[in-house]
Design a protein around this ligand. Structure first.
Ligand SMILES: Cc1cc2nc3c(=O)[nH]c(=O)nc-3n(C[C@H](O)[C@H](O)[C@H](O)COP(=O)(O)OP(=O)(O)OC[C@H]3O[C@@H](n4cnc5c(N)ncnc54)[C@H](O)[C@@H]3O)c2cc1C
Ligand code: FES
Length: 294
């Protein structure tokens, strides 16, 4: 029996490739573009049989009616999307905005720290703090100069930007936590730090700010399934308290987060993820062989 095709969905109107594994998709969704706030995320299905994956809203433009996502191809679904999500194609589903928006409050001076892919989701927060009248210092960290993206966007909304690369090929040589130390030394009146990136990076930023007692917000990325607080998959520990990142977060106080527990939880399905990626890669290889033979 032929499959029923659902034509509609959410059109991809722009795509940029930042590196061999990182790509940007701007998706038309006027209603969500009006509703989105910094710190929120969406759950996406790229096709009808696809996996539901959470992705942070890296930008939203109510005038253009678009939501911007920046994706790193790490496994089956994100690699498949890297191949199939081209301008003019459609995402089958995009649900959101989800999660509690970042509290922009009455912060006077804030450090917005992004590590690697985390640079994208921290951007709307930097812009939001600026719009609220705060002094904003951006710290952007990448492994090497070739991976740098959105430095210009940050310079447009920040009072100062510190660029760090692990190998020193652009900006200062060092990790973003070194940049945090430098910024705190230069600006002892910083009253908030927001850090987004790999867990180890957010942990080291929280450790860098702890002795200075600067409130530090991190954005957590546990495995999510339903995104509604029902399945418990996205459980995170803050001391003795258990929270669900999809409905209570994804922003949490970095000085309370049990990062070790989260790292263990994120590795829980490593074997299944490896098998799924290998199967998909093999299917792609067979398709390419069949196409070449026909
Ligand atoms: C709130 C939130 C925001 C996120 N924002 C972004 C973003 O803006 N850009 C981006 O590239 N990635 C983001 N992620 C991570 C992204 O969801 C995973 O990389 C993606 O689901 C991996 O799927 P895969 O099939 O490609 O890889 P897999 O091989 O299935 O998994 C690779 C790794 O991704 C993680 N992962 C797998 N499935 C899920 C899931 N259902 N939910 C969460 N993590 C999962 C696991 O740590 C796993 O080790 C976010 C995650 C969360 C929870
Ligand atoms: S994803 Fe199911 S409770 Fe959060």
């Amino acid at each position: 029996m032929p499959k029923t095709e659902i034509a509609a969905g959410f059109e991809i109107v722009r795509r940029e490739d930042f590196s061999a594994v990182t790509y940007l998709l701007a998706v038309r969704h006027p209603m969500m573009a009006r509703a989105a706030r910094p710190g929120q995320f969406v759950i996406v299905m790229s096709h009808a049989e696809g996996e539901r994956i959470p992705l942070t809203i890296a930008d939203f433009d109510a005038d253009e009616g678009t939501i911007t996502l920046v994706v790193q191809a790490v496994g089956k679904t994100t690699k498949e999307m890297q191949q199939t999500c081209q301008v003019g194609t459609h995402l089958y589903a995009m649900v959101g905005p989800m999660g509690v928006p970042t509290h922009l409050g009455d912060t006077r001076k804030v450090l917005c720290v992004g590590g690697g892919l985390g640079v994208a989701p921290v951007y709307p927060q930097a812009r939001g703090f600026k719009q609220k009248g705060a002094t904003v210092i951006g710290i952007l960290g990448f492994r090497t100069a070739e991976l740098v993206f959105w430095e210009d966007r940050f310079r447009a909304v920040c009072d100062d930007v510190i660029l760090c690369t692990d190998d020193g090929s652009a900006g200062m040589k060092g990790f973003v936590s070194d940049g945090v130390e430098r910024a705190i030394a230069a600006h002892p009146d910083i009253d908030e730090v927001v850090a987004i990136g790999p867990l180890i990076m957010m942990k080291s930023c929280a450790e860098a700010t702890r002795p200075h007692r600067i409130h530090t917000t991190v954005s957590l990325n546990p495995i999510m399934v339903d995104g509604t607080g029902m399945c418990g998959g996205c459980r995170v520990k803050l001391g003795d308290v258990v929270k669900f990142a999809c409905v209570d977060g994804p922003d949490f106080d970095g000085h309370l987060v049990d990062f070790e527990d989260l790292m263990i939880r994120l590795r829980r399905y490593a074997n299944e993820e490896k098998v799924a990626t290998e199967r998909w890669t093999e299917t792609c290889r067979m398709r390419a062989l069949l196409a070449a033979a026909s």
